[in-house]
Design a protein around this ligand. Structure first.
Ligand code: SF4
Length: 347
């Protein structure tokens, strides 16, 4: 039995679950694979622990669904595909019909259906409710998943539905891994490393392991270097976090960089600011403080774009990852965004 000892960190000032669990005791391992460095580290860590590839699967939630891209980097989908192909781990995509944009514009109508790929093919659930309601607003910044509805709507609830609606998880032990790290924010610092997953029931054992919660950034880059895997192009552009191309937590420098490579994304958000008569990044109910609100275009003007290389811009904006995701031994380099002081991103 290979056990993982979960830590009790007294410096953090709150209790962290302290126990051991046998990492090899599961039938299924689901890695919530965003394409970012931390979820990649989770996947590589599982492999280094010797968990058989036959039991591991990666799940990636497409935030724009099957619609035209708006929130996401064009390259993200294929980057995830190529990494998983290289590592010989199956990758299943899932999404909400119409993605984040449809939900943002939802007016007096029910929430859209969820779609998820499975070993038996594409399945769907939901979307047929008679309960109409209205969103008609941007996601709000903050730690609460209610105001910051983009994460729960386009990722968390999709994964939950895909677990809950697949018979193959019934009567089995499943471990879900996700890549949050305490360093990233005060709210993530309080997460449990190991706990029952939201989808755990009497008939379906599902645990949640935030496998890199206590890792520092150096540890994350170090495991990626050991495997010689190129990071998502957003890091190579200079971003310290890999998130949506236009994330509600984006800094001014990040917005200025996005404007330089994809001005239509910023312009579209500016148009929605006029329609909603509010700011792209407005204050949520969770008490996050912003000293003054600015339009997204004003914030672009206040930022300094990263010195982005044309070949990386081309790659980030491509639907196909046409480079190799693995580099020869000794040639792996830290991307420009590694150890960036600007760590703006999901909290
Ligand atoms: S990356 Fe940012 S905008 Fe995208 S879902 Fe997460 S918090 Fe929302």
């Amino acid at each position: 039995m290979q056990t993982i000892q979960l830590s009790l960190d007294l410096d953090l000032g709150f209790p962290v679950l302290q126990e051991q669990f046998d990492v090899h005791s599961y039938d299924h391992y689901i890695v919530a694979f965003s394409g970012g460095k931390d979820s990649l580290a989770c996947l590589l860590h599982l492999l280094e622990l010797g968990v058989p590839k036959s039991k591991i699967e990666c799940w990636h939630h497409l935030v724009d669904g099957q619609s035209d891209l708006f929130f996401d980097y064009p390259i993200t989908e294929d980057y995830c595909r190529k990494v998983c192909q290289y590592l010989e781990v199956p990758l299943y995509f899932s999404w909400r019909e119409g993605g984040l944009e449809r939900e943002m514009l939802r007016f007096d109508s029910p929430t859209a259906a969820t779609w998820y790929e499975t070993p038996q093919g594409l399945k769907t659930s939901g979307g047929n409710s008679n309960n109409a309601s209205t969103r008609w607003r941007f996601p709000q910044i903050g730690g609460s998943m209610i105001t910051r509805w983009c994460s729960s709507y386009s990722k968390i609830s999709i994964g939950d539905a895909a677990i809950a609606n697949q018979e193959r998880f019934k009567g089995k032990r499943t471990l879900v891994l996700s890549g949050e790290r305490r360093e990233e924010s005060a709210s993530r610092a309080k997460y449990n490393e190991f706990e029952p997953h939201r989808t755990h029931t009497k008939s379906r054992h599902v645990d949640h392991w935030r496998a890199v919660l206590d890792w520092d950034e150096a540890g994350v880059w170090s495991i990626i270097q050991r495997w010689n895997i190129r990071s998502h192009p957003s890091y190579e552009l200079g971003f310290g976090r890999c998130s949506c191309i236009i994330c509600i937590f984006a800094s001014n420098d990040q917005l200025a960089s996005v404007y330089q490579i994809a001005p239509q994304v910023i312009q579209k958000m500016a148009d929605y600011e006029k329609q909603f008569d509010t700011y792209w990044r407005s204050q949520g109910k969770s008490g996050y403080k912003i000293h003054r609100e600015y339009t997204v275009i004003e914030r672009v003007a206040m930022g300094n774009p990263y010195p982005m290389k044309p070949e990386i811009i081309r790659l980030a904006l491509s639907r196909e990852y046409y480079e190799s995701v693995v580099v020869p031994n000794g040639e792996w380099e830290l991307p420009m965004g590694a150890f960036s002081k600007d760590k703006s991103g999901p909290m």
